[in-house]
Design a protein around this ligand. Structure first.
Ligand code: PMP
Length: 360
């Protein structure tokens, strides 16, 4: 079977092949310990070294300033929809949300369940069916924070520049473009992301939080309490050792590749080739508003469900996998994170052109 496969999955998504090969090579005996990394204790020296190295590399890659703490957690980005308000909405108990589509709405719904917090949706992209991001945002009171989904995985939009939020604390969900875009951490009070898109296997969630926003006297359930988790350096209960190990290898790979700056340039190039093709096509079009387009997730369609399904099936046969759009959006979606190769985008463009010629 010599079919070359390109995996366009939105997450869990493809990892760097070199990293997967390295995992295979050292899976049976981690650092010649004669134990698999899946078998080592989270209280062992081997683990401590691995974790600290991963954390330091992550700090370098994301250029995290002093005063910010890093947490390696579980529960996905979804658990942060609850953990963030519990920890950060404690003074005014009021939170502002920007509604940019599905994942922001899920965050809003979960915040609403904390009935002693007040949730204000201060801007929405609803009128555009979430193809366009709100940029003109008026905050009429003091909030504990303003929440934005920085890259909208399903709708294919991203904030390249944060809107003017009057100096209020900003919380960003960067699940689908963490380490793929040069986020300026200093502009945020907190950033969070799950790992299974742009980093490694599912099971790890990264949180970066400005420490002086935290109330050292709070007493939340342990697994939801940033203060307790920071105190134990993300080792309050058994951490996801294997996903942390794999993430650590991806961080090393990223450093070898030239870091986030290089990744962003490559992501601009990869998505640029696809957007160009779609903008010049008479059959296909990208659904997101040009100025707000994502560098990692590109939803597109012919506008005809039957034709879309036909394209997805044909692409699949050619080795272009997982191009079916999210169930909520329909159509197609090409997710191309850091590990996704340029040749894969070129193969997709060729496949699109061939399909278009056959459907004139
Ligand atoms: N936020 C965004 C932007 C996402 O894309 C996703 C996952 N698709 C989530 C949150 C939820 O992440 P998880 O499945 O890790 O809870």
């Amino acid at each position: 079977n010599d079919l070359v496969v390109y995996n366009f999955s939105a997450g869990p998504a493809m990892m760097p092949p070199e990293v997967v090969a390295q995992i295979q090579k050292e899976l049976v005996s981690y650092k010649n310990s004669e134990m698999s990394v899946m078998e080592i204790s989270h209280r062992s020296e081997l683990y401590a070294e691995m974790f600290q190295e991963a954390k330091n590399d992550f700090r370098d890659l994301l250029a995290i300033p002093a005063g910010y703490k890093i947490l390696f957690l579980q529960g996905g980005a979804s658990l942060q929809f609850t953990t963030v308000p519990l920890n950060l909405a404690r003074k005014t108990k009021q939170i502002a949300f920007i509604d940019t589509g599905h994942w922001s709405q899920t965050a809003i719904d979960d915040a609403h369940l904390l009935t002693d917090r007040k949730v204000d949706v201060v801007a929405t992209g609803k009128k555009s069916n979430y193809t366009t991001l709100p940029h003109d945002i008026k905050l009429e009171k003091e909030y504990d924070y303003v929440h934005l989904t920085i890259n909208n995985t399903i709708e294919g939009t991203m904030y390249r520049k944060l809107p003017d939020l009057g100096g209020q604390t900003v919380v960003g969900d960067i699940s689908s473009n963490i380490l793929g875009y040069q986020h300026d951490v200093s502009k945020y009070g907190l950033l969070y992301a799950s790992a299974q898109k742009n980093i490694g296997p599912a099971g790890l969630t990264l949180v970066v939080v400005k420490e002086d926003l935290l109330d050292q006297d709070q007493d939340l359930p342990s697994m939801l309490d940033y203060v307790k988790l920071i105190k134990e350096d993300s080792n309050l209960n058994t951490p996801p050792v294997f996903p942390i190990y794999a993430a650590g290898l991806v961080f090393k790979w990223l450093k070898q590749q030239g870091g986030v700056k290089q990744m962003q340039a490559q992501n601009e190039e990869k998505t640029g080739i696809l957007y160009d093709m779609l903008d010049n096509s008479k059959l296909f079009y990208a659904t997101a508003n040009q100025a707000d387009r994502s560098l990692t997730n590109v939803p597109f369609t012919t506008g005809d469900k039957t034709l879309d399904a036909k394209f997805i099936a044909q692409a699949d046969e050619m080795g272009l996998k997982n191009l079916k759009g999210h169930v909520l959006a329909g159509g197609m979606r090409a997710s191309m994170y850091n590990a996704f190769p340029l040749e894969g985008v070129k193969a997709l463009v060729q496949c699109l052109q061939k399909f278009e010629s056959a459907h004139k």
